[in-house]
Design a binder for this molecule. Structure first.
Ligand code: F6R
Length: 242
Protein backbone atom coordinates (compact mmCIF):
# COMPACT_ATOMS: atom_id res chain seq x y z
CA UNK A 1 0.00 0.00 0.00
CA UNK A 2 1.31 3.47 -0.76
CA UNK A 3 1.86 5.89 2.05
CA UNK A 4 -0.95 8.42 1.59
CA UNK A 5 -0.51 11.95 2.94
CA UNK A 6 -3.45 14.37 2.78
CA UNK A 7 -2.41 17.99 2.99
CA UNK A 8 -4.78 20.40 4.77
CA UNK A 9 -3.84 23.41 2.65
CA UNK A 10 -1.94 24.35 -0.48
CA UNK A 11 0.88 25.67 1.69
CA UNK A 12 1.14 22.39 3.56
CA UNK A 13 1.05 20.43 0.27
CA UNK A 14 3.96 22.44 -1.07
CA UNK A 15 5.88 22.27 2.22
CA UNK A 16 5.57 18.51 2.46
CA UNK A 17 6.41 17.88 -1.22
CA UNK A 18 9.41 20.21 -1.20
CA UNK A 19 10.46 18.85 2.19
CA UNK A 20 10.67 15.29 0.84
CA UNK A 21 12.87 16.42 -2.06
CA UNK A 22 15.02 18.68 0.15
CA UNK A 23 15.61 15.94 2.77
CA UNK A 24 16.81 13.61 0.04
CA UNK A 25 19.25 16.23 -1.25
CA UNK A 26 20.48 16.95 2.28
CA UNK A 27 21.26 13.27 2.92
CA UNK A 28 22.41 12.53 -0.63
CA UNK A 29 23.60 15.68 -2.45
CA UNK A 30 24.33 13.65 -5.60
CA UNK A 31 20.77 12.36 -5.82
CA UNK A 32 19.23 11.49 -9.18
CA UNK A 33 15.87 13.24 -9.36
CA UNK A 34 13.12 12.16 -11.74
CA UNK A 35 11.02 15.24 -12.45
CA UNK A 36 7.53 15.89 -13.80
CA UNK A 37 5.94 18.97 -15.35
CA UNK A 38 2.23 19.93 -15.35
CA UNK A 39 0.33 21.92 -12.78
CA UNK A 40 0.66 19.43 -9.89
CA UNK A 41 4.33 20.09 -8.98
CA UNK A 42 4.42 23.86 -9.64
CA UNK A 43 3.94 24.94 -6.01
CA UNK A 44 6.35 22.28 -4.77
CA UNK A 45 9.03 23.55 -7.14
CA UNK A 46 8.28 27.12 -5.99
CA UNK A 47 8.78 26.09 -2.36
CA UNK A 48 12.02 24.30 -3.29
CA UNK A 49 13.30 27.54 -4.86
CA UNK A 50 12.55 29.31 -1.55
CA UNK A 51 14.39 26.60 0.40
CA UNK A 52 17.37 27.04 -1.93
CA UNK A 53 17.32 30.83 -1.46
CA UNK A 54 17.19 30.34 2.33
CA UNK A 55 20.31 28.16 2.04
CA UNK A 56 18.54 24.97 3.18
CA UNK A 57 19.10 22.95 0.01
CA UNK A 58 21.55 22.74 -2.87
CA UNK A 59 21.25 21.07 -6.25
CA UNK A 60 24.91 21.66 -7.14
CA UNK A 61 25.74 17.96 -7.35
CA UNK A 62 22.28 16.63 -8.23
CA UNK A 63 21.18 15.30 -11.59
CA UNK A 64 17.68 15.50 -12.98
CA UNK A 65 15.85 13.41 -15.57
CA UNK A 66 12.45 14.59 -16.76
CA UNK A 67 9.69 12.19 -17.58
CA UNK A 68 8.59 13.51 -20.91
CA UNK A 69 8.57 16.15 -23.63
CA UNK A 70 6.29 17.05 -26.53
CA UNK A 71 7.43 15.98 -30.00
CA UNK A 72 7.87 18.78 -32.49
CA UNK A 73 7.99 21.84 -30.23
CA UNK A 74 11.25 23.79 -30.45
CA UNK A 75 13.23 23.47 -27.19
CA UNK A 76 12.67 27.16 -26.43
CA UNK A 77 8.92 27.08 -27.19
CA UNK A 78 7.06 28.63 -24.23
CA UNK A 79 5.13 25.37 -23.67
CA UNK A 80 8.01 22.92 -24.09
CA UNK A 81 8.71 20.95 -20.94
CA UNK A 82 12.33 22.11 -21.10
CA UNK A 83 11.10 25.73 -20.89
CA UNK A 84 8.72 24.77 -18.06
CA UNK A 85 11.55 23.22 -16.04
CA UNK A 86 13.89 26.14 -16.68
CA UNK A 87 11.25 28.65 -15.60
CA UNK A 88 9.79 26.79 -12.62
CA UNK A 89 12.98 25.38 -11.14
CA UNK A 90 16.30 25.15 -12.97
CA UNK A 91 16.86 28.89 -13.57
CA UNK A 92 16.31 29.66 -9.88
CA UNK A 93 18.52 27.06 -8.18
CA UNK A 94 22.16 25.97 -8.45
CA UNK A 95 21.63 22.86 -10.58
CA UNK A 96 24.16 22.69 -13.41
CA UNK A 97 22.53 22.93 -16.84
CA UNK A 98 24.53 19.92 -18.04
CA UNK A 99 23.10 17.86 -15.18
CA UNK A 100 19.50 18.46 -16.27
CA UNK A 101 18.00 16.08 -18.82
CA UNK A 102 14.73 16.34 -20.73
CA UNK A 103 13.91 14.04 -23.68
CA UNK A 104 14.74 15.74 -26.98
CA UNK A 105 11.26 16.13 -28.42
CA UNK A 106 12.54 18.64 -30.99
CA UNK A 107 14.83 16.01 -32.54
CA UNK A 108 14.23 15.28 -36.25
CA UNK A 109 14.25 11.59 -35.24
CA UNK A 110 12.16 11.29 -32.05
CA UNK A 111 12.41 7.47 -31.95
CA UNK A 112 16.18 7.72 -31.92
CA UNK A 113 16.00 10.47 -29.29
CA UNK A 114 13.84 8.13 -27.15
CA UNK A 115 16.36 5.28 -27.54
CA UNK A 116 19.13 7.70 -26.58
CA UNK A 117 17.22 8.69 -23.44
CA UNK A 118 16.79 5.02 -22.46
CA UNK A 119 20.56 4.61 -22.78
CA UNK A 120 21.17 7.78 -20.75
CA UNK A 121 18.93 6.47 -17.96
CA UNK A 122 20.64 3.07 -18.05
CA UNK A 123 24.03 4.72 -17.63
CA UNK A 124 22.75 6.99 -14.85
CA UNK A 125 21.53 4.10 -12.71
CA UNK A 126 18.41 4.06 -10.55
CA UNK A 127 16.60 7.33 -9.95
CA UNK A 128 16.53 8.08 -6.21
CA UNK A 129 13.22 9.93 -6.18
CA UNK A 130 10.72 10.05 -9.05
CA UNK A 131 8.13 12.85 -8.94
CA UNK A 132 4.89 12.04 -10.75
CA UNK A 133 1.51 13.58 -11.45
CA UNK A 134 -1.44 11.58 -12.75
CA UNK A 135 -3.57 12.36 -15.79
CA UNK A 136 -7.37 12.35 -15.62
CA UNK A 137 -7.21 9.11 -17.63
CA UNK A 138 -4.71 7.53 -15.23
CA UNK A 139 -1.57 8.16 -17.27
CA UNK A 140 1.81 8.58 -15.60
CA UNK A 141 4.45 10.29 -17.66
CA UNK A 142 2.66 10.11 -21.01
CA UNK A 143 2.03 6.37 -20.71
CA UNK A 144 -1.56 6.44 -21.89
CA UNK A 145 -4.10 3.71 -21.00
CA UNK A 146 -4.25 0.82 -23.45
CA UNK A 147 -4.00 -2.94 -23.92
CA UNK A 148 -0.28 -2.82 -23.30
CA UNK A 149 2.31 -0.48 -21.86
CA UNK A 150 5.92 0.05 -22.92
CA UNK A 151 8.83 -0.38 -20.55
CA UNK A 152 11.37 2.13 -21.74
CA UNK A 153 11.44 5.61 -23.25
CA UNK A 154 9.36 5.74 -26.41
CA UNK A 155 7.33 7.96 -28.71
CA UNK A 156 3.65 8.01 -27.83
CA UNK A 157 0.54 9.37 -29.52
CA UNK A 158 -1.30 11.47 -26.97
CA UNK A 159 -4.91 10.65 -26.11
CA UNK A 160 -7.43 13.24 -27.23
CA UNK A 161 -8.37 13.62 -23.54
CA UNK A 162 -4.75 14.46 -22.71
CA UNK A 163 -4.53 16.99 -25.54
CA UNK A 164 -7.80 18.53 -24.34
CA UNK A 165 -6.58 18.68 -20.73
CA UNK A 166 -3.33 20.35 -21.83
CA UNK A 167 -4.99 22.75 -24.29
CA UNK A 168 -5.29 25.19 -21.36
CA UNK A 169 -1.60 25.97 -21.81
CA UNK A 170 -1.89 26.68 -25.57
CA UNK A 171 -4.05 29.16 -27.48
CA UNK A 172 -6.10 26.32 -29.01
CA UNK A 173 -6.25 22.52 -28.99
CA UNK A 174 -4.87 22.42 -32.57
CA UNK A 175 -1.59 23.75 -31.22
CA UNK A 176 -1.17 20.93 -28.69
CA UNK A 177 1.34 18.44 -30.13
CA UNK A 178 -0.06 15.04 -31.09
CA UNK A 179 2.94 13.08 -29.91
CA UNK A 180 5.40 13.06 -27.03
CA UNK A 181 8.47 11.19 -25.87
CA UNK A 182 7.96 9.59 -22.48
CA UNK A 183 9.86 7.45 -20.05
CA UNK A 184 8.25 4.02 -19.95
CA UNK A 185 6.64 2.21 -17.05
CA UNK A 186 9.69 0.03 -16.31
CA UNK A 187 11.94 3.10 -16.04
CA UNK A 188 9.45 4.80 -13.71
CA UNK A 189 9.10 1.71 -11.51
CA UNK A 190 12.87 1.33 -11.23
CA UNK A 191 13.04 4.48 -9.09
CA UNK A 192 13.97 3.83 -5.46
CA UNK A 193 11.15 6.05 -4.23
CA UNK A 194 8.16 7.62 -5.97
CA UNK A 195 6.30 10.78 -4.93
CA UNK A 196 2.94 11.11 -6.67
CA UNK A 197 1.44 14.60 -6.42
CA UNK A 198 -2.33 14.87 -6.86
CA UNK A 199 -4.35 18.04 -6.62
CA UNK A 200 -8.00 18.94 -7.19
CA UNK A 201 -11.38 17.20 -6.97
CA UNK A 202 -11.34 16.12 -10.60
CA UNK A 203 -8.50 13.69 -9.76
CA UNK A 204 -10.32 12.05 -6.80
CA UNK A 205 -11.84 9.20 -8.79
CA UNK A 206 -8.80 8.30 -10.86
CA UNK A 207 -6.46 8.28 -7.88
CA UNK A 208 -8.87 6.02 -5.99
CA UNK A 209 -9.06 3.63 -8.96
CA UNK A 210 -5.28 3.71 -9.33
CA UNK A 211 -4.58 2.99 -5.67
CA UNK A 212 -7.50 0.72 -4.75
CA UNK A 213 -8.70 -0.82 -8.02
CA UNK A 214 -7.14 -3.66 -10.02
CA UNK A 215 -3.63 -3.30 -11.42
CA UNK A 216 -4.29 -2.79 -15.11
CA UNK A 217 -2.73 -1.22 -18.20
CA UNK A 218 -6.08 0.59 -18.59
CA UNK A 219 -5.08 2.71 -15.57
CA UNK A 220 -1.30 3.06 -15.88
CA UNK A 221 -0.99 4.67 -12.42
CA UNK A 222 -2.36 1.42 -10.93
CA UNK A 223 1.04 -0.16 -11.72
CA UNK A 224 2.36 1.95 -8.84
CA UNK A 225 0.67 -0.58 -6.53
CA UNK A 226 3.52 -2.95 -7.45
CA UNK A 227 6.19 -0.53 -6.20
CA UNK A 228 7.37 -0.90 -2.59
CA UNK A 229 8.03 2.77 -1.84
CA UNK A 230 5.37 5.17 -3.09
CA UNK A 231 4.16 8.29 -1.31
CA UNK A 232 0.91 9.81 -2.56
CA UNK A 233 0.66 13.46 -1.56
CA UNK A 234 -2.92 14.63 -2.14
CA UNK A 235 -4.83 17.75 -1.27
CA UNK A 236 -8.19 17.39 0.53
CA UNK A 237 -10.23 17.38 -2.71
CA UNK A 238 -8.08 14.87 -4.59
CA UNK A 239 -7.76 12.65 -1.54
CA UNK A 240 -11.44 12.49 -0.64
CA UNK A 241 -11.95 8.87 -1.88
CA UNK A 242 -8.70 7.34 -0.64
C1 F6R B 1 4.07 15.71 -16.81
C2 F6R B 1 3.49 14.37 -16.92
C3 F6R B 1 2.02 14.12 -16.82
C4 F6R B 1 1.33 14.98 -15.76
C5 F6R B 1 -0.16 14.67 -15.72
C6 F6R B 1 -0.88 15.54 -14.72
O1 F6R B 1 5.46 15.67 -16.97
O2 F6R B 1 4.21 13.43 -17.12
O3 F6R B 1 1.79 12.76 -16.53
O4 F6R B 1 1.91 14.72 -14.52
O5 F6R B 1 -0.71 14.89 -16.99
O6 F6R B 1 -0.83 16.88 -15.14
P1 F6R B 1 -1.31 18.07 -14.21
O7 F6R B 1 -0.35 18.09 -13.06
O8 F6R B 1 -1.17 19.29 -15.07
O9 F6R B 1 -2.69 17.75 -13.80
Amino acid sequence: MPNIIKAQSEEQFNDIGAGIIASLLQSNPKALLGLATGSSPVGVYGRLVELYKEGSVSFAQAQSYNLDEYVGLPVDHPESYRTFMNEKLFNHVDILAENTHVPLGASPDPAQAAAGYTELLRQAGRIDLQILGVGLNGHIGFNEPGDELQGFTHVVTLDESTRKANARFFSSIEEVPKQAITMGIASILQAKQILLLVRGGEKAEIIARAMQGPVTTKVPASLLQTHPNVIVLADQEAGRLI
